[in-house]
Ligand binder design. Structure first.
Ligand code: ATP
Length: 392
């Protein structure tokens, strides 16, 4: 699965010059300030607009090439598009909306997979309803189902959650995670919300003024404090992958594993319980020792640095780390990029990066330098969208 973009397009004041490749399945977020050209770019991929110049290839099939005058119409591109508003036919039931697209697709999803998609999106009980009788979140799930029934090679999502309130967003996010994890379809996801991107995306393409400013894994891009002004409301810091390895219900804590290290946070309820409670099954208690993947958002201002393992402090999470870079921020602070772990001689660390923001005075007092082995003291982390103090 691949998407190769190399286009140039002038639209009003926008001078779009975008060049990037997505080789992997999973979610690639297209992120950037309003007006940076995200929608124009995915409209070009979908075939809704024709760029002034360049090429677009989906799965090695050229869908646009100015040089050879190739411009496949949208329905021949095997692209699923979900807009901000669901755009369902109001006079048709959910079933008819879904199968309207299925019948017209050149290569529709095989019948034996249709039920799996309907069940994955939790819309089986909505099939006889009209769109007016659905919540905003349900409408977007139907819209996702409609796009998937066309059996696309790539899914384009243009801010699919932005018209929903927080509760409806929380309702639909697990379905997007299931889509990412179960169907292994490449998804290009336009979003303004860095929290959504941090939770969902595997890769990020950062756009600014019609240009691709950065392109890389979600973990590398979000650890770059030089991009923090572009990523806006995001607290400078890092997002790192972790596994929920177990719970101590009596002690009120959850154990997380990350790159061979253990972190402790206040007890987390497994997210599956929300879905199961909605379908009527009761699961009030988290089940102990159920591994699941999650992501931790660690803000730079929540990380302190110690040169040796601190004794008798309340912080539970003290992780051996190696200093990779020291970057001044303004006049009085320094961002310290840290890789988890202490490398043995001659070995290069490939563990996740985190950031600590400390005063210049502290950095000088501790004589911090690149390559030094230190300890990151993590005061709080964001897990499942909530900030959790880890020394509580
Ligand atoms: N058909 C057009 N005619 C004139 N200007 C256009 C046209 N299409 C896009 N633009 C210009 O391109 C800019 C970028 O639009 P686009 O919708 O691609 O940005 P965006 O990054 O998706 O923004 P947002 O996040 O606000 O949706 C717009 O602000 C507008 O000035």
């Amino acid at each position: 699965m691949s998407l190769k973009i190399d286009i140039r397009h002038q639209a009003g004041n926008l001078d779009l010059q975008a060049q990037f490749t997505v080789e992997q399945p999973g979610i690639t977020a297209l992120f950037g300030p309003s007006g940076s050209g995200k929608t124009t770019l995915i409209n070009a991929i979908a075939g809704l607009i024709q760029p002034d110049n360049g090429t677009i290839a989906i799965n090695d099939s050229t869908v646009f090439d100015k040089g050879t005058k190739t411009h496949l119409p949208p329905r021949k591109r095997r692209v699923g598009y979900v807009f901000q508003d669901a755009r369902l036919f109001p006079h048709l039931t959910v079933r008819k909306n879904l199968f309207f697209a299925h019948r017209r697709a050149t290569n529709p999803l095989p019948d034996n997979e249709v039920d799996a998609v309907i069940s994955m999106l939790g819309i089986g009980n909505l099939l006889s309803r009209r769109p007016a009788k659905l919540s905003g979140g349900e409408r977007q799930r139907v819209s996702l189902g409609r796009a998937l029934l066309g059996n696309p090679d790539i899914l384009l999502l243009d801010e699919p959650l932005s018209a929903l309130d927080q509760a409806r967003k929380e309702e639909i996010l697990p379905y997007l995670e299931a889509l990412r994890d179960q169907r292994r379809l490449p998804i290009l996801y336009v979003s303004h919300s860095i929290d959504e991107v941090a939770r969902l995306a595997d890769h990020i393409v950062v756009m600014e003024n019609g240009r691709v400013r950065a392109n890389g894994s979600v973990f590398d891009i979000l650890a770059r404090t030089d991009l923090a002004p572009l990523t806006g409301q995001f607290d400078a810091g890092a997002v790192i992958p972790a596994t929920v390895t177990g719970h101590d219900i009596a002690g009120g804590i959850t154990y997380l594993g990350c790159a061979g290290h253990q972190l402790i946070v206040p007890l987390l309820a497994p997210p599956a319980s929300k879905r199961e409670q909605r379908t009527g099954q009761d699961q009030a208690q988290p089940s102990p020792n159920t591994p699941r993947q999650t992501r931790l958002h660690i803000r730079a201002r929540d990380v302190m640095i110690a040169k040796s393992i601190p004794d008798a402090i309340s912080a539970n999470n003290v992780l051996p780390s190696t200093i990779m870079a020291l970057t001044p921020v303004g006049s009085g602070s320094v961002d310290v990029a840290l890789r988890l772990g202490h490398a043995s001689t001659g070995k290069t660390l490939t563990t996740p990066l985190i950031q600590a923001r400390i005063t210049t005075w502290s950095a000088q007092r501790l004589s911090l330098a690149v390559g030094q082995q230190v300890y990151a003291v993590i005061k709080s982390v964001m897990v499942d969208g909530k900030l959790r103090d880890t020394d509580a």
